[in-house]
Ligand binder design. Structure first.
Ligand code: GDP
Ligand code: GDP
Length: 437
């Protein structure tokens, strides 16, 4: 299970600089795959072979000029609820401020481990200044310079040592894991209740491994899957519900622990920025996607034409990834909610698809012959052989070519679409690699 590190602190102490420092290498790779730079506040980090997520909670504040104490307080509370380790960043050049003290007052009650990061320690003399951070009552301050990177290696060692020990996973890996995600009020709890109903006996809660229970087993009506909890689903914290970015942070863990994400949209509101952030998280974690246009009961004109209009609009907003099922449903009337589960099941299957090498070559080589990659600098590019990589999270295909560097994005997309159409891979991301033969 993924660990989550949250960065908190008042403005200008260097949170986003530290975030960039911790996520740098990984970020580049991830961005290349998903083609997005939207959510710079969320990233993956890797240290000593261990991968974990980092969130700059301050980065989610839409207008940082308007930042006020209450907002920071809420971020800190959220980090305490959601993260495995909190990095409390302070500024060695400025020393302790009132706002630092306020944050520390909250953090001292935290059950989540807190590390005081004395940032901007650009030289040894500044280290002596850090001593004043003992007054925060949160243990040893850790001196780093996010700008130069000095001290960040030791900091990461410390972060790793604070992660909870992973208990053996109690869940059955062959059974799909679905997460219901979306903005507040999209209908997440309603649809989960519609699935589970009052019949609490049909579900088994699995005791959490590194966190409180996160998987709920559902085994009825021919379905067998785990519902992966978004923290918000069961214990709604009304204080935070009004702030949309909380829904994104809350979704991170559920998305990371799922195979397929069911994104709930509110038909009466359409797609907004937070939906795009969530979709981006789904893609960057290479999870399957089903989009539910919920509250369909509230839409008066339910004609095919209107549905088509909705569908096109959704796909256009979520481009370049457009090949996923869209279900028009109502959690309230339960219209088509089982279709949602069917779709999620199909996407799970698509994710697991294994195509024999012979099939791939039989089907695709003639198409490639008929529509070869455009020649580059007078050089003729030939794809000779295709195979699917074994043991990957999502279907991943390698095309062996004489001059792989000349096969460009549009042609890769063409190849991907050929595979998608032929083998019905709707809802799952697909990797296409071109390698030297
Ligand atoms: P945030 O508001 O907490 O996210 O802070 P930023 O990351 O935006 O940094 C605020 C300012 O502090 C920027 O001008 C940074 O370049 C600067 N800064 C961040 N880390 C360091 C550091 O380690 N040393 C120095 N000298 N400046 C830093
Ligand atoms: P969550 O914040 O995403 O968990 O959303 P909730 O499940 O709490 O739903 C928010 C509000 O929308 C509640 O008042 C629900 O009764 C209402 N709601 C949810 N799904 C539907 C639906 O399909 N149709 C209608 N008319 N209302 C719905």
């Amino acid at each position: 299970m993924g660990n989550l590190v949250a960065i908190v602190g008042r403005p200008n102490v260097g949170k986003s600089t530290l975030f960039n420092r911790l996520t740098k290498t990984r970020q580049a790779i991830v961005n290349e795959q998903a083609g997005t730079t939207r959510d710079r506040q969320y990233g993956k980090s890797e240290w000593q072979g261990k991968e974990f997520s980092v969130v700059d909670t301050g980065g989610w504040v839409v207008n940082s000029d308007d930042i006020f104490e209450e907002e920071i307080r809420k971020q800190v509370v959220l980090a305490m609820e959601e993260a495995d380790v909190i990095l409390f960043v302070v500024d060695v050049m400025n020393g302790v401020t009132d706002l630092d003290m306020d944050v520390a007052d909250i953090l001292r009650r935290s059950k989540t481990p807190v590390i005081v990061v004395a940032n901007k320690t650009d030289n040894n003399n500044l280290q002596y200044n850090a001593a004043e951070f003992y007054s925060l009552g949160l243990g040893d301050p850790y001196c780093v310079s996010a700008l130069s990177g000095s001290g960040t290696g030791d900091l990461l060692d410390l972060v790793l040592s604070k992660f909870r020990k992973e208990a053996g996973e109690l869940i059955d890996e062959d059974i799909p894991r679905f997460a219901v995600v979306g903005r507040p009020n999209a209908g997440k709890s309603s649809i989960v209740n519609a699935f589970i109903g009052e019949e609490r006996n049909i579900v088994t809660e699995i005791a959490g491994t590194t966190r409180d229970s996160i998987y709920t087993r559902y085994d009825k009506f021919g379905f067998d899957f785990y519902l992966v909890d978004t923290a918000g689903i069961r214990k709604k914290n009304k204080v935070n519900e009004d702030l949309e970015y909380y829904s994104v942070i809350r979704s991170i863990r559920a998305i990371e622990n799922s195979d397929v994400c069911i994104l709930m949209l509110d038909a009466t509101r359409g797609i907004e920025g937070q939906d795009l952030n969530i979709v981006s998280l789904v893609q960057r974690n290479q999870k399957g996607l089903v989009v539910v246009v919920n509250k369909w009961d509230l839409v008066e004109d339910k004609s095919v034409k209107v549905m088509k209009f909705f569908e096109d609009a959704v796909r256009k907003r979520l481009a370049p990834f457009t090949d996923f099922p869209i279900i028009f449903a109502s959690a309230l009337t339960k219209q088509r909610i089982f279709k949602v589960l069917e779709a999620a099941k199909d996407v799970f299957q698509a994710r697991m698809t294994r195509i024999p090498t012979a099939r791939l070559n039989e089907a695709l080589l003639p198409v490639i012959e008929a529509y070869p990659p455009p020649s580059n600098k007078g050089k003729y590019i030939k794809i000779k052989y295709i195979t699917q990589l074994p043991n990957t999270q999502i279907p991943s295909f390698v095309f062996f070519a004489n001059l792989p560097q000349y096969v460009k994005e549009p042609y890769k997309r063409f190849l991907e679409n050929q595979i998608r159409q032929r083998w019905k891979l709707s809802g799952t991301p697909v990797n296409i690699f071109i390698r030297q033969k």
